[in-house]
Design a protein around this ligand. Structure first.
Ligand code: SF4
Length: 351
């Protein structure tokens, strides 16, 4: 499969009438400037120049979460620019992310005109009370209607959901995943809530009204969600916000994150935790008390089996007194594993 190269263009929604509790758009407006066609062109040109793998599949992605809610002229301006590159064959596709209440036939026809391939919706939760509490300004019914329309117009549908919103429980998040699966997205992003400077959520933390999830809690829930989407072959394109200068460890001076389950390798934590469960599950099915096991996996999975900072190896030793040896084998399919007993407890006693 060809590598996919994303050319990200952040389109801020200046003057957004909404007031989502986790968003700092209001507090930063004035600091951020509108994305111009010239700036966008520069970003695209720069990315195309710096790209190492010229054969990679290239996609221009308008991020920001409200693309179809910004001024129509601005949308046309940016889309026509991106389409120029598609027509020249220099870029393969265009993706946008937007709010579910800013999708209708007219909007979709505009996106079709410029050959947009993928539309990602910021869903956040399937529970209307939680959406209201987060001041999202839309309901889950908007998500359902928008998703159906997007699929009817034959776009690739993406969903973004959050974990750890105020008053949201693990059951709510599992239910959100269930509801999303019914809407048949092609891909999902899962974002544990981070508390960003200057947001209403920061104020709630200071007032003791909101307590962010710990990393362990966020990993536990995300693990469950990843399993659910995986089972339905829905592509999980991101787990955890991308690590940037602003989205980084709350202890960093430049970080905009003040609290929440931030980890620079959050997805790896989730995948390692899933491997740990899988290995324990296999060990428990063995009919003898094992002392040393060898797990053979595809090299791509090896680090996740070992765990972040060898966490899985140490946890297995501490909890079950089992030594774990990891063998890499390219013939094993990614995500699959083979387990062999190297030493049972009886062997160990005889030694
Ligand atoms: S997250 Fe909410 S408040 Fe922020 S730009 Fe998007 S719609 Fe507006």
């Amino acid at each position: 499969m060809k590598e996919k190269y994303i050319i990200p263009i952040f389109v801020p929604h200046l003057g957004c009438p909404n007031d989502c509790i986790f968003c700092n758009q209001k507090s930063i407006s004035g600091q951020k400037e509108e994305m111009t066609k010239e700036q966008a062109r520069k970003i695209i040109e720069q990315n195309l120049k710096e790209m190492k793998d010229k054969d990679a599949e290239k996609e221009i992605a308008f991020f920001g979460g409200s693309f179809t809610a910004i001024k129509e002229e601005k949308q046309e301006e940016l889309l026509s620019l991106a389409y120029e590159y598609v027509k020249k064959g220099e870029v393969n596709s265009i993706r946008i992310s937007t709010r579910p209440d800013f999708i209708d036939r007219k909007i979709l026809k505009r996106l079709k005109k410029y050959k947009v391939k993928t539309i990602e919706l910021g869903v956040q939760s399937a529970n209307d009370y939680i959406l209201k509490r987060a001041k999202r300004g839309h309901t889950f019914d908007d998500v359902k209607k928008a998703s159906k329309l997007i699929r009817r117009y034959r776009f690739d549908l993406g969903h973004q959901m959050m974990v750890g919103l105020p008053d949201s429980t693990r059951i709510d998040e599992i239910n959100t995943a269930k509801q999303l699966i019914k809407l048949k997205p092609k891909m999902v992003r899962i974002y544990p809530v981070l508390v960003i400077k200057g947001t209403k959520l920061e104020k709630e933390v200071q007032e003791g009204k909101y307590q962010p999830l710990t990393i362990v809690q966020a990993v536990e829930t995300c693990k469950e969600l990843v399993r659910m989407f995986d089972k339905k072959h829905i592509d999980i394109i991101r787990v955890g916000l991308q690590n940037t200068d602003e989205i980084s460890d709350p202890n960093n001076k430049e970080s905009e994150v003040v609290a929440g389950p931030f980890h620079p390798a959050f997805r790896q934590l989730v995948e390692s935790a899933m491997w740990y469960d899988a290995v324990v599950d296999k060990i428990k099915k063995l009919n003898v008390k094992v002392k040393e096991v060898q797990v053979t996996v595809n090299p791509i999975d090896a680090n996740n089996v070992i765990g972040h900072k060898r966490e899985n190896i140490e946890k297995l030793k501490e909890t079950y007194d089992v030594d774990l040896i990891i063998k890499q084998d390219e013939t094993i399919k990614q995500g699959k594993s083979k387990i062999d007993i190297i030493k049972t407890y009886n062997d160990f006693l005889e030694d």
